[in-house]
Design a protein around this ligand. Structure first.
Ligand code: 4AD
Length: 466
C-alpha cells in the first residue's frame, strides 16, 4: 500500500478496497475471544474497525492484542472497506474496516485524566445519562484546561479552533484585497500603550519596559511612515486583575489602522464590510465545524444585517432610558448595560451585530480624536456581538502638541511615549483604526459562554500553564 486514506474520506465508494489508516483508538469493545470492535478517530472523524479471527488472515493473538490497546493510542490499521446493511452507531463514517493488521505507533497511558467521550457530551446528554443511572464524570473547566492536549481532541474543540483559524484567514485575505499592508510591531515596548493599570512591567536590560497592551502606538507610526493602510495579527498582553468570562491576560489582537480622507465612518465602513463577509463565509464554509460545536454547546446562528446597524452612543443611552435603565449619559456602559442594549437592539432592529459610535471623550483612551462639533464626544466606536464588545476603534489625534496635551490630561507620563508623539512632527495624515479580540469574536459568533473555550492555552489571572 502506498497511499494513506483519511478516516474522514472513507465512503461506500471505497467498498472492497484495501486501505491503510492512521488514527487514535477511541473505543475498544471485545465480543468473546474471537472478535473485537475498534473505533479509530482521525481529526474528529471516526470509523468502526472489525477485528475478527480468520484462518490465515487474522490470528486470535491479534484480536487479543487489539483488546489490550489503551484508548487514545495511535494505531495504523490495514484492512478492507465494507458497507454494512445497518446504520453504524458511534462512528461518523458509514463504512467498516475488516481489519487485517493493526500496529501501535504510540501508546497512551492506560488511564487518562480525561475521557474524551465524556468531555464531548452536551449538558443535555449528561443529564440524560445521569438519569439513566450511567456512571460518568462531568469534566469541569479546570480539568479540561489542565489537560488541554486531551480536551482539544473533542469534536467541538476541533471545530472551535478551525473556526478561529478561518477568522484570522478571512481577516487577512479581506484586508490584503483592500490594499492593506501586514505589519509586525514590537511586543517589548518602553511604556504603556493603552494607559490604565493593566500593564505587565519588566526589566529590559536595566531599563523599565512593558509587554505591549496593543500595537496601537506602532501601527499609528506605520501610518506616519506612509503605508496608508496597515493591519497586524499578534499577541496582546493585559495584566487583568479581574477573573471574568471574557478577559484574558494574553489574547490575539486583530488590528487595523488607515488614513482617513474626511470622516471616521470610512473606518466603520471597513468594519462593516469585513465582518459581514466574515460571517457569510463562516456560515457557508464551516458548516461541519459549526455543527460539531452546536452538538455540544447548542446555539442559535448569529443574526446580522447586510448593512451593519450604526447607532450613536446618545441613541443607545436613550434606548436604555426608555427601557427604564438608570444610566450616566457620559459614563461608560457596564457589562449589564451592554447586554441590555444588545437585547433592545435585537428587538427593535433584528440584529445581534451592531456599531455604537460617538462615545463620550472621557471614557476613551488619550489618543482618541474629539468630535469637531462637540468635544464632549469623540470620533470613536465599539462593535458588539450578542450584547458584548468585540471591537473598539476611533479616529486618532494626529496633531503632536494636542496629543501630548491629551496624554498628560489622561495621566500618562509623556516621556515614556516621546518617540511616538515625535512621529507626528514630520507631517502626519488624519487616520483611524480599530482592534478586534480574536477569542471574543469566536466565542460570541459561536454563542459560547467563556473566552477560555476559544483560547488554545488560555492565560488568565490564575493560569500560566500548560
Ligand atoms: O478595547 P481595546 O482595549 O482597544 C485597543 O486595544 C485599541 N488599541 C484598539 C484600537 O485600535 N482603537 O481592545 C480591543 C479589543 C476589545 O474590543 C476586545 O475584543 C479585545 O480587544 N480585548 C480583550 N480580549 C480578551 N481579553 C482581554 N483582556 C481583552 N481586552 C480587550
Amino acid at each position: 500500500i502506498e497511499n494513506w486514506t483519511q478516516v474522514g474520506s472513507l465512503t461506500g465508494e471505497l467498498k472492497d478496497k484495501y486501505v491503510l489508516l492512521r488514527g487514535r483508538v477511541q473505543t475498544i469493545r471485545a465480543v468473546a475471544k474471537k472478535m473485537a470492535f475498534l473505533v479509530v478517530r482521525e481529526k474528529g472523524f471516526t470509523v468502526q474497525c472489525v477485528v475478527s479471527e480468520q484462518p490465515e488472515l487474522v490470528s486470535r493473538q491479534m484480536v487479543k492484542y487489539v483488546v489490550g490497546l489503551s484508548r487514545e493510542s495511535i494505531v495504523d490499521v490495514e484492512g478492507v472497506v465494507s458497507v454494512p446493511n445497518v446504520a453504524i452507531k458511534g462512528a461518523t463514517q458509514q463504512v467498516e474496516i475488516q481489519v487485517r493488521k493493526v500496529y501501535c505507533i504510540s501508546k497512551a497511558m492506560p488511564t487518562l485524566p480525561i475521557n474524551i467521550e465524556d468531555a464531548a457530551r452536551s449538558e443535555a446528554e449528561i443529564e440524560k445519562a445521569l438519569q439513566a443511572g450511567e456512571q460518568l464524570v462531568r469534566v469541569n473547566q479546570d480539568t479540561r484546561l489542565n489537560y488541554r492536549v486531551l480536551d482539544i481532541r473533542t469534536p467541538a474543540n476541533q471545530g472551535i479552533f478551525r473556526i478561529q483559524c478561518q477568522v484570522g484567514a478571512i481577516f487577512r485575505q479581506f484586508l490584503l484585497s483592500e490594499g492593506f499592508v501586514e505589519i509586525h510591531t514590537p511586543k517589548l515596548i518602553g511604556g504603556s500603550s493603552e494607559g490604565g493599570a493593566s500593564v505587565f512591567r519588566l526589566d529590559y536590560k536595566g531599563q523599565p519596559a512593558c509587554l505591549a497592551q496593543s500595537p496601537q502606538l506602532h501601527k499609528q507610526m506605520a501610518i506616519c511612515g506612509d503605508f496608508g493602510r496597515v493591519f497586524e495579527i499578534g499577541p496582546v498582553f493585559r495584566a487583568e486583575d479581574s477573573y471574568t468570562h471574557r478577559h484574558l491576560c494574553e489574547f490575539t489582537g486583530l488590528d487595523v489602522e488607515m488614513e482617513i480622507k474626511t470622516h471616521y465612518s470610512e473606518v466603520m465602513n471597513i468594519v462593516d464590510r469585513l465582518f459581514v463577509k466574515m460571517f457569510d463565509s463562516l456560515n457557508e464554509n464551516c458548516k461541519k465545524e459549526l455543527e460539531a460545536i452546536d452538538r455540544q454547546y447548542p446555539f442559535e446562528p448569529l443574526k446580522y444585517l447586510r448593512n451593519t446597524l450604526r447607532l450613536t452612543f446618545e441613541e443607545g443611552i436613550q434606548m436604555l432610558k426608555d427601557a427604564g435603565v438608570e444610566i450616566d449619559p457620559l459614563g461608560d456602559l457596564n457589562t449589564e448595560a451592554e447586554r441590555k442594549l444588545g437585547q433592545l437592539v435585537l428587538e427593535k432592529y433584528g440584529t445581534e451585530f451592531y456599531i455604537l459610535h460617538r462615545y463620550p471623550l472621557a471614557v476613551r483612551p488619550f489618543y482618541t480624536m474629539p468630535c469637531y462639533d462637540n468635544p464632549t464626544y469623540s470620533n470613536s466606536f465599539d462593535v458588539f456581538i450578542r450584547g458584548e464588545e468585540i471591537i473598539s476603534g476611533a479616529q486618532r489625534v494626529h496633531v503632536p502638541e494636542f496629543l501630548a496635551e491629551r496624554a498628560q490630561a489622561c495621566g500618562i507620563d509623556v516621556k515614556t511615549i516621546e518617540t511616538y508623539i515625535d512621529s507626528f512632527r514630520y507631517g502626519a495624515p488624519p487616520h483611524g483604526g480599530f482592534g478586534v479580540g480574536l477569542e471574543r469574536v469566536v466565542m460570541l459568533f459561536c454563542g459560547l459562554n467563556n473566552i477560555r473555550k476559544t483560547s488554545l492555552f488560555p492565560r488568565d489571572p490564575q493560569r500560566i500553564a500548560p
